[in-house]
Design a protein around this ligand. Structure first.
Ligand code: BGP
Length: 495
């Protein structure tokens, strides 16, 4: 057994972290555009302004104690004296021809990118779309098809038009369902000949941990987060329904942030903690891919006094139009325990304790050689739907040598272990896997820290944390390694 011949090898990006051109050709502001840069030891911030008094300030990204991302009476805003990494990012907007050519050189079969919603509907609730924004993506898709690269398009990747956040508290308001579905229908109608694979919301389960990022929710109370998630589920089902009506060959997937959880000890209390914490994540795929609200979540809502603003037909839609496939990001595993502190570990928006068996990178993320096999089997056993790994990779402060090379053997080593684990899931266990897109295939801004220094790419981009650099693209050693892996369809991972 081997990977199927049409296995979709490629790389992944997101508009807010890659495109730049944050106000070019009529684009409006998005939630990403008001987020400053942070680092491993200090969080990103959301800047704000009081429209009446003119007072300005910044709040750490995440939850403020009163569950609001910015103080009452203020709005998230771009301030003059701040640096915002999304504004230029690594400027895919002006480098897409060169970048897609580099992807083709590696042999990409697919390229995951997101559309910038605020490039198309600058305020989110506009009556008419911004044609210039749509034309940009016409060109991007044409370029992909020149090289037979199949685009995989995320409709919303951590950027809600800022106006929707300010006016409606983002996805907490049901009206946003209609704005999104109008946007989704417009782009699916326009691009269905060029784009067969679509994803609705990037890492939808981030609604629990970072609702401003996941859905422009400024007041992230538990009630609002539950409502925002519900609204995104309904919007996803309506998108599946519309996409199938527009073109039956289209497939719309869910996108989940998934890290297998391990118990630190054999104490049953630790096993139970693993199970309950897994439910917090799998709730999102139980609804969006499985088509039903699970009892464990409904009971929790009842206990917490959360009441959804729902309609009976919402539940029919969820059951009738679940996601066609389940895609997920997976960078490593997390380890949890009920016992006293075992030393904190970091991860993809999730925390736990340090796993003594695993090595970590400079940001504390652990490399786990078995993680993809475990993740793929868990998700396939639960949903029996095709899977797609749409993010996996390792952030590293790559160094450019005097002769303009990047010797990223650590990245090759990480990917060899991960791809080997993925291959075992497919060839030994028979998991149905559609493709693999390595995260941040060309260097881009980190979502978690806003840094450039935390690089993931096969291609280096000359740009630093304060906005200096020529934006020149330089293939790293891993570029040539991945080229070889794709050429032999994953049968030989050696370097
Ligand atoms: C995921 C996001 C991406 C991406 C990645 C790596 O959560 O979907 O947008 O950035 O993680 O995380 P980071 O950039 O924080 O290293």
């Amino acid at each position: 057994m081997a990977f199927k011949t049409n296995f979709l090898w490629g790389g992944a990006t997101a508009a807010n972290q890659f495109e730049g051109a944050y106000l070019t050709d009529g684009k409006g502001l998005s939630t990403a555009d008001v987020m400053t840069a942070g680092a491993y030891d200090h969080p990103r911030q959301v800047t704000w302004k009081n429209p009446t008094t003119g007072e300005t300030g910044a709040t750490d990204f995440g939850f403020a104690t009163d569950k609001r991302q910015v103080p009452v009476g203020t709005n998230p805003a771009v301030l003059d004296n701040e640096y915002y990494p999304s504004h230029t990012a690594t400027d895919f907007y002006h480098h897409y021809v060169e970048d897609i050519k580099l992807m083709a050189e590696m042999g990409f079969k697919t390229f995951r990118l997101s559309l910038n919603w605020s490039r198309i509907f600058p305020n989110g609730d506009d009556a008419e779309p911004n044609e210039a924004g749509l034309v940009f993506y016409d060109h991007v898709f044409a370029e992909c098809h020149k090289y037979h690269i199949e685009p995989l398009v995320t409709l919303s990747h951590y950027e809600t038009p800022l106006n929707l956040a300010i006016k409606y508290n983002g996805w907490a308001d049901r009206q946003v369902i209609d704005f999104f579905v109008k946007y989704a229908k417009l782009v699916i109608n326009r691009y269905h000949d060029q784009v067969k694979y679509w994803l609705t919301f990037n890492e939808i389960n981030l609604m629990d941990m970072g609702p401003f990022l996941a859905g422009g929710v400024i007041d992230g109370s538990p009630q609002n987060r539950a409502q925002a998630a519900h609204n995104q589920f309904v919007a996803s089902a309506l998108t599946v329904q519309a996409a199938h009506a527009i073109d039956p060959k289209i497939q719309v997937g869910q996108m989940l942030a998934y890290s297998p959880l391990y118990a630190y000890t054999a104490d049953p209390a630790d096993q139970l903690k693993v199970q309950l914490q897994q439910q917090a994540t799998l709730f999102y795929s139980d609804v969006q891919t499985g088509g039903h609200y699970p009892n464990y979540r409904l009971n929790q809502y009842a206990r917490d006094g959360i009441k959804l603003d729902d309609r009976p037909e919402d539940y029919d839609l969820l059951a009738k139009y679940p996601a066609d496939f389940l895609s997920f990001s997976c960078y490593g595993s997390n380890t949890v325990t009920t016992h006293e502190d075992k030393g904190d570990a970091a991860g993809n928006f999730m925390t736990g304790v340090k796993n003594p068996y695993l090595e970590t990178n400079a940001w504390g993320w652990a490399t786990d050689p078995d993680v993809l096999r475990i993740a793929l089997n868990t998700l396939f056993d639960r949903y029996h739907k095709p899977l797609w790994i749409v993010e996996n990779g390792i952030g590293w402060a790559d160094e450019l040598t005097a002769d303009q090379k990047i010797h990223d053997d650590y990245r090759i080593k990480y990917l060899q272990a991960n791809l080997n684990s993925m291959r075992d899931a497919v060839t030994i266990d028979g998991v149905d896997l559609m493709g693999y897109t390595m995260w941040g295939c060309i260097d881009l801004v980190s979502a978690g820290t806003g840094e450039m220094k935390k690089r993931y790419g096969f291609v280096y981009v000359d740009r630093d944390d304060i906005g200096n650099g020529s934006l020149k693209r330089i293939p790293k050693d891993s570029f040539y390694w991945y080229q070889k892996v794709i050429a032999n369809n994953g049968s030989d991972l050696s370097n």
